[in-house]
Write a protein that binds this ligand. Structure first.
Ligand code: TYM
Length: 334
C-alpha cells in the first residue's frame, strides 16, 4: 500500500482540512504495515495559482509543515516534503499534458468555481492544476489517496490519465489510485452558510475554525455559528433539509467517534442553545494540544527545514524510477 496526499500551504489549516483529510492521514500512517509507505506533501507548486508575496509563501510552507507535524504526521515514519523540492512533479505534469484532454479539464468543477465568471482572466496554471495533481499521485504509484469529497473529481481524472497513458504507450506503468474519502466528515460546511464548504478562501473568518484559533475564539465561533430555531430530532433523519444543523451534528459525531444518530439521541428535544456549548467544548479539547504543539514547532525554522530536506530527498528517490520509465515509454531520449 502506498498512501499519498497533499495540501495547499495557503492560509491556516482549518477544521475542514483536519476532519476531511489530515485526521485520516494520521490514522493511515499509524496503521501502516511494514510493506507500506506514506507520502504527505505541501502542494506549493499548486499554490502559485494564488498570488502571494515571496516571504509569505515561505512562511506558509513552514507553517503548514508545522501544522501537519502538530496534527500527528511523524516525519520519521512518513515522507513529509514540499512539492517544489522534487522536480519530478513538474516534469511528469508536462509529460501528462500530452495525455490529458482539454474536454476532461473543462469538466472540472473546481476550475469552474475558482475561475468564476472571468474564465479568460484565469491563469493557465489554474486550468492545468488537476494534471499536476495527477502527476503528484502517479509519480509515486500511490494506491490510496486520503482526501475530502471536493477532491473526488480530481482523483477520477488522475485515474483517467493513468489509464490512457498506459494504453497509449502499451505499458503497465501507472497504478490507478483509489480515493479514500471519510463517511461522515468528507465535506465540512461553513459555519455561516450550510450550503458552502468550509474553506481557506472564504473572506469571513467566522465561517471556519482555524488551527490557530484560541479556546475563546473557537467557543465564540461555535456560539455564533448559523443554526436553526428547531430542536434536535430523535434521529439524523430529522435533519433533512436543515443543512446548518446537519453540519454541526456531523462535526460533533466525527469528533466523538459516534454516528449522527447517536448524537441526535443524546440531544433530542433540546435546542442549539444547549448543543453549541457541548460542541464548543469538544472542539476546544481536540484542537488545543494540536495548536500548542504547532505554536512551539513554528518557532524553530531550522528544525522544520531539516524535516523538509530529509523528506524531499526520500521523495525524489521514490519518484525517479517512474519518471524515468515515463520518459522512456514516450521515446524521449535523455
Ligand atoms: P486543499 O489544500 O484544498 O485541501 C486539503 C485537504 O483537505 C480537504 N478539505 C476538506 N475536507 C472536508 N471538508 C472541507 N470543508 C474541506 N476543505 C478541504 C481536501 O479535500 C483535501 O483533501 N488539490 C488539493 C491538494 C493536492 C492533492 C494532490 C491532494 C495537490 N496534489 C495529490 C491529493 C493528492 C487541494 O487543493 O487540497
Amino acid at each position: 500500500m502506498r498512501v499519498l496526499s497533499g495540501i495547499q500551504p495557503t492560509g491556516n489549516l482549518h477544521l475542514g482540512n483536519y476532519l476531511g483529510a489530515i485526521r485520516n492521514w494520521v490514522k493511515m500512517q499509524d496503521e501502516m504495515d511494514a510493506d507500506s509507505q506514506c507520502f504527505f506533501f505541501l502542494a506549493d507548486m499548486h499554490s502559485i495559482t494564488v498570488h502571494e508575496a515571496r516571504e509569505q509563501r515561505i512562511r506558509n510552507v513552514r507553517d503548514m509543515a508545522a501544522a501537519l507535524v502538530a496534527a500527528g504526521i511523524d516525519p520519521d515514519r512518513s515522507v513529509l516534503f514540499n512539492q517544489a523540492r522534487v522536480p519530478a512533479h513538474a516534469e511528469l505534469c508536462w509529460l501528462l499534458n500530452g495525455t490529458a484532454r482539454i474536454g476532461w479539464l473543462n469538466r472540472m468543477t473546481q476550475f469552474k468555481d475558482k475561475a468564476g465568471k472571468d474564465r479568460e482572466g484565469a491563469s493557465v496554471g489554474l486550468f492545468v492544476y488537476p494534471v499536476l495533481q495527477a502527476a503528484d499521485i502517479l509519480a509515486y504509484n500511490a494506491t490510496h489517496v486520503p482526501v475530502g469529497e471536493d477532491q473526488k473529481q480530481h482523483l477520477e481524472l488522475a485515474r483517467d490519465i493513468a489509464a490512457k497513458f498506459n494504453s497509449d504507450f502499451s505499458v503497465d506503468l501507472f497504478t490507478l489510485p483509489d480515493p479514500i474519502i471519510p463517511k461522515e466528515s468528507a465535506r465540512i460546511m461553513s459555519l455561516r452558510d450550510g450550503s458552502a464548504k468550509m474553506s481557506k478562501s472564504d473572506p469571513s473568518d467566522m465561517s471556519r475554525i482555524n488551527l490557530t484559533d484560541d479556546d475563546d475564539a473557537i467557543m465564540a465561533k461555535v456560539k455564533k455559528a448559523k443554526s436553526d430555531p428547531e430542536n434536535l430530532p430523535e434521529t439524523a433523519a430529522g435533519l433533512a433539509g436543515r443543512p446548518e444543523a446537519s453540519n454541526l451534528v456531523g462535526i460533533l459525531a466525527t469528533l466523538t467517534g459516534r454516528t449522527p444518530d447517536a448524537v441526535c439521541a443524546e440531544f433530542a428535544g433540546q435546542g442549539f442553545g444547549a448543543f453549541k456549548p457541548a460542541l464548543g467544548e469538544v472542539l476546544v479539547e481536540t484542537l488545543r494540544p494540536i495548536r500548542q504543539r504547532f505554536l512551539e514547532l513554528r518557532t524553530d525554522d531550522a528544525a522544520l527545514d531539516a524535516i523538509l530536506d530529509k523528506g524531499a530527498a526520500k521523495a525524489a528517490a521514490a519518484a525517479e524510477p517512474t519518471l524515468r520509465a515515463a520518459y522512456d515509454a514516450m521515446g524521449l531520449m535523455r
